[in-house]
Design a protein around this ligand. Structure first.
Ligand SMILES: Cc1ncc(COP(=O)(O)O)c(C=O)c1O
Length: 353
C-alpha cells in the first residue's frame, strides 16, 4: 500500500497526476502516517469531548513541513521535466524538509540561512546535499537568486503550490479521528493552515481549523484583533513570519470553517509545557503553544468538541529541552553582498535568465 502524502492523490487539485508520477519514481521521505494520541485526562479536565495529539514531530524531518515541501519539489521537478536547482530561505523545518525532498528527487537546493543558524542545523542541511548560504539577508538573497537565475523559490509565501501537500494531513486526521470537529495548528506563514482548510473542504468535512499564534507571529490573528502586542521573548514562532501577505483572506477562511485564531502568551505556554512534561511529552515550543491554545479556548468555542492538536515540531528545537547550548556558528559559508552572491551562483554553474 502507498504510504505518505501520495496516498491522498484525490485531495490534490491536479487529478492525481503529480502523485502518480511521484509514486512511480519512488519519491518519498518516509513522511506521514504519524500517530494520533489521545489525552483523555486533559480532555475531561477541560470539558472537551476528546483531545488527541497529531504527532507531526515524528515525521523524519521532525515536522509537518515534510509533507508540504515534498509536494512542492515533486510538482516543480515534474513541471520542469528535468532536475533543477531550488532556493529556500529558512533556517528551520522548511529547509530541512526541502533538502530531504531535493535529495529524494535528485534536485539541488540552495538554502539561505541567517548567520546565527545553529551549526547542527547547517550540518544537517549539508548532509542532505544542500548548498548552505549564510547572510544577514537570507530572504532577499533567496529572492534575488530566484529572480535573476530563474529558480523556483520554495518559501511558503512565494509559491502558490506550497499549501497542497498539507491536504494529506487533513486526510490522515479525518481517517484517524472521524468524529473530529476542530483542529488547531501553529501558524506562521499560514501555509499549512491553508492546506488543512483546502483538505477538509476537498473531503467535504466541516472541520473548524484554528491558527495558533504567539510571540512575533501574530499577522493572522491581527486581521481580527489589530491591537495585539508582540511578545518577542515568547519561544514559539521566534523566527516566524510576522505579516503573511494573505493574512486577511486566511483569517476569513478560518472563520468560515468554524475556526479562527488563538494567541497564547509565554506563561500559558510554559505552564502547558510543564504539564506535558508529566507525561514525558517534549515537543517544540509551537507544540506546547497549540495545547495552551486548546486550554484557552476550551470553555469557549472548543467546549464539548472533538479536538485534534497538531504537534508540528520536535523538542530539539526548543532550548528548554537542553538542545539550545551549541557553539557559535562559524562564518565559513557566509556571503555579504549581491556581487559575492552572484559570483557564488555563477560558480555553481547557474546562468542568469
Ligand atoms: C514547528 C513549526 N510549527 C509551525 C510552523 C508554521 O507553519 P506555517 O508556516 O505553514 O504557518 C512552522 C513553520 O516553519 C514550524 O516550523
Amino acid at each position: 500500500m502507498t504510504r505518505g502524502i501520495w496516498r491522498y492523490a484525490h485531495l490534490f487539485a491536479d487529478g492525481g497526476a503529480t502523485a502518480a508520477q511521484a509514486r512511480a519514481r519512488g519519491w518519498t521521505l518516509g513522511e506521514g502516517d504519524t500517530p494520533l494520541q489521545q489525552w483523555p485526562d486533559l480532555a475531561a479536565e477541560l470539558g472537551l469531548r476528546s483531545l488527541a495529539l497529531k504527532r507531526e514531530d515524528l515525521n523524519p524531518g521532525r515536522s509537518h513541513k515534510d509533507r508540504g515541501l515534498l509536494y512542492q519539489v515533486a510538482h516543480h521537478h515534474l513541471a520542469a521535466g528535468a532536475p533543477s536547482t531550488f532556493v529556500v530561505s529558512s533556517s528551520g523545518n522548511a529547509a530541512i524538509s526541502a533538502a530531504a525532498a531535493c535529495r529524494a528527487t535528485g534536485d539541488r537546493l540552495l538554502a539561505f540561512v541567517a548567520p546565527d543558524t545553529a551549526p547542527s542545523k547547517r550540518a544537517r542541511l549539508r548532509d542532505s546535499g544542500a548548498v548552505v548560504i549564510a547572510s544577514e539577508r537570507p530572504i532577499n538573497f533567496a529572492r534575488y537568486a530566484a529572480r535573476v537565475f530563474g529558480l523556483v523559490n520554495l518559501r511558503g509565501t512565494a509559491d502558490p503550490v506550497s499549501p497542497i501537500g498539507y491536504r494529506s494531513l487533513a486526510g490522515e486526521i479525518a481517517e484517524q479521528a472521524p468524529e473530529v470537529d476542530a483542529v488547531l495548528t501553529f501558524a506562521s506563514s499560514g501555509t499549512s493552515c491553508r492546506g488543512l482548510l483546502d483538505g477538509f473542504a476537498a473531503l467535504g468535512r466541516p472541520v473548524g481549523v484554528w491558527a495558533v499564534q504567539a510571540g512575533v507571529c501574530l499577522g493572522i490573528a491581527r486581521a481580527r484583533q489589530p491591537d495585539l502586542e508582540e511578545e518577542p521573548d515568547n519561544p514559539a514562532g521566534r523566527l516566524g513570519i510576522r505579516n503573511p501577505p494573505d493574512a486577511d483572506a486566511l483569517a476569513e477562511a478560518l472563520q468560515a470553517s468554524g475556526g479562527g485564531a488563538v494567541v497564547v502568551r509565554r506563561p500559558e505556554l510554559e505552564a502547558m509545557a510543564d504539564r506535558m512534561q508529566t507525561r514525558d511529552l517534549q515537543t517544540s515550543a509551537e507544540g506546547a503553544a497549540v495545547l495552551a491554545a486548546v486550554r484557552r479556548a476550551a470553555d469557549g468555542p472548543l467546549a464539548d468538541r472533538h479536538v485534534v492538536a497538531v504537534i508540528t515540531g520536535d523538542a530539539s528545537q526548543w532550548a528548554r529541552h537542553g538542545a539550545g547550548a551549541e557553539p557559535a556558528p562559524d562564518a565559513a559559508d557566509g556571503v555579504s553582498d549581491y556581487l559575492a552572491l552572484r559570483a557564488l551562483l555563477l560558480g555553481l554553474g547557474l546562468e542568469p535568465v
